[in-house]
Design a protein. Structure first.
Lengths: 318, 174
């Protein structure tokens, strides 16, 4: 993605959502500074913190980036309220279901995590009110980043291999999965295109806003937004005749059951999981069962050693 | 010269009469506007609580189903929100009320009821939104009843009063 384009994403999709006072602090930065921003954290009464590829910074109203976060702009309660008002288009009622999950996905597919006073109804979260902090994660689309792994994903005969991406958080799993979905769905000269279903439990892969994918996920892709992985996998096999199902962050017992079901139905699965290494991966009982059963024919370990999305290792069982 | 006097008298009486009638009409307007406002709030409540329509669009749709000046009030609030200048719904609502103050026959007490919505508008879940919008509709209804009672007596006074004043002035002048 071109530099200017990323700056534009920030200026068009993020800036209008920030409280005017916070926006003024950001407006002093030049767009190439905004290029790498991954996360903006606003906590009532605390310094504004920005996280990018390399680490975290404060943002001084006069001098711009500062490593000493105590010099950073102090976020007020009003900033939080105004930001949430702008993010929800002054319509929190339209985001009830999102707020119950703790975050709102906004136009552009960016994710806004919320904290505050949680209202419970029996064992479930009913609402969050009296907001105290906001964590804004900027979604990145890096088209073509899957090119380096696509070769390992296709088996002979253009069948798609069951693939698992493994890495700690913030190493580019989601970005890579999204590009894999787009590549499979679009096909290329020699490769057959596939029907893809994205089961997007946390609205991160397709970044749906009001049900519509905000990211480019390809012409043969259906998205089940905010749907649990287990329910979504079973539902899509019945209803959407996918050749590949793509989903994020496995971990629960029911996910493993659904994946076996999916493979038995002849549908390939591509997914990801949080783990720093193969050892960490197999130390988790559910994942070790899946790995030992050789469900995944292709395991790709990612890291940030050369920036997000660096491929550390590929393990193939075929 | 008698016909000049007669013409002059008639013109004076009819001018005063028209003034009186328009005054009577103004009194009637307040209760009509309150009724229109109450219907509009009911529409907005349904847009919010059942349809979950985002507020800016909900305000625009509400504007589309009613007449001026109430339509203008919703349109104005929506326009302020659409500008995305960091205004909250409450602030846009209050600016809409300022507009309404200048354009309508509503009294300060009516506008006060309307401005109580500013604090909560948009910023809670749909069942909460429904509750407070229903409450405001109830309060507007009370104002509407009051307006209608006042209207009964005053409207007659104004509509006859104009003509009677006209006749009195003519008699005094002759």
């Amino acid at each position: 993605m071109a530099k200017g384009e990323v700056g534009n994403v920030f200026n068009h999709e993020i800036m209008p959502l920030l409280a005017p006072a916070v926006r003024r602090v950001f407006s002093r930065l030049e767009s190439h500074h905004l290029l790498k921003v991954e996360e903006i954290r606003m906590r009532s009464g605390q310094p504004l913190i920005i996280r990018d590829w390399d680490g975290e910074y404060g943002l001084d109203a006069n001098t711009g980036f500062t490593a000493d976060i105590n010099r950073s702009y102090r976020v007020s309660r009003e900033d939080i309220i105004r930001t949430i008002a702008a993010i929800s288009d002054n319509s929190l009622y339209a985001f009830e279901e999102d707020i119950k999950r703790g975050f709102i996905t906004i136009a552009g597919g960016h994710r806004v995590g919320l904290a505050g006073q949680v209202v419970m109804q029996e064992a479930n979260v009913k609402a969050i009110k009296e907001f105290s902090s906001i964590c804004l994660r900027i979604a990145r689309e890096i088209k073509g980043c899957a090119a380096q792994v696509m070769g390992s994903i296709y088996a002979p005969g253009d069948k798609v291999k069951n693939t698992l991406l493994v890495s700690p958080p913030r190493c580019g799993k989601t970005t890579l999965l999204r590009d894999i979905a787009r590549s499979l769905s679009s096909g290329s000269g020699q490769r057959k295109a596939c029907n893809v279903v994205i089961v997007d439990e946390r609205s991160e892969l397709a970044g749906c806003y009001l049900g519509q994918p905000q990211m480019e996920v390809g012409p043969r892709t259906d998205v089940l937004d905010a749907c649990s992985k287990a329910a979504g996998i079973i539902m899509s096999i019945r209803a959407l005749s996918p050749e590949v199902i793509i989903t994020d962050e496995l971990g629960r017992r029911e996910d493993a059951v659904a994946i076996r079901e999916c493979i038995n139905a002849g549908v390939s699965i591509i997914s990801s999981v949080h783990a720093g290494s193969m050892d960490e991966l197999v130390s988790r009982p559910i994942m070790s069962e899946l790995v030992e059963a050789r469900i995944f024919k292709n395991i790709i370990l990612l890291s940030r050693s050369k920036g997000p999305g660096s491929i550390e290792k590929m393990i193939r069982w075929d | 010269m008698a016909w000049v006097k007669i013409m002059g008298s008639l013109m004076l009486i009819s001018a005063m009469g028209v003034w009186g009638l328009s005054g009577a009409h103004g009194i009637g307007r307040r209760s009509e506007e309150l009724k229109e406002l109450r219907f509009a709030l009911a529409f907005l409540e349904k847009e919010i609580s059942y349809m979950h329509t985002p507020l800016t669009l909900a305000l625009e749709r509400t504007a589309a189903v009613c007449h001026n000046p109430i339509a203008g009030f919703f349109q104005e609030s929506a326009r302020k929100l659409k500008a995305r200048e960091g205004l909250t719904a409450g602030e846009a609502w209050k600016q809409g009320i300022e507009w309404l103050k200048a354009q309508s026959h509503l009294k300060a007490v009516d506008l006060d009821v309307l401005s109580t919505a500013a604090q909560q508008l948009g910023m809670s879940d749909s069942s909460d939104q429904r509750k407070f919008l229903l409450m405001i509709q109830e309060e507007i209804k009370v104002q509407e009843e009051k307006a209608r009672q006042e209207q009964g007596a005053n409207q007659k006074l104004w509509s006859y009063g104009g003509f009677i004043m006209g006749i009195v002035i003519v008699l005094l002048l002759i």
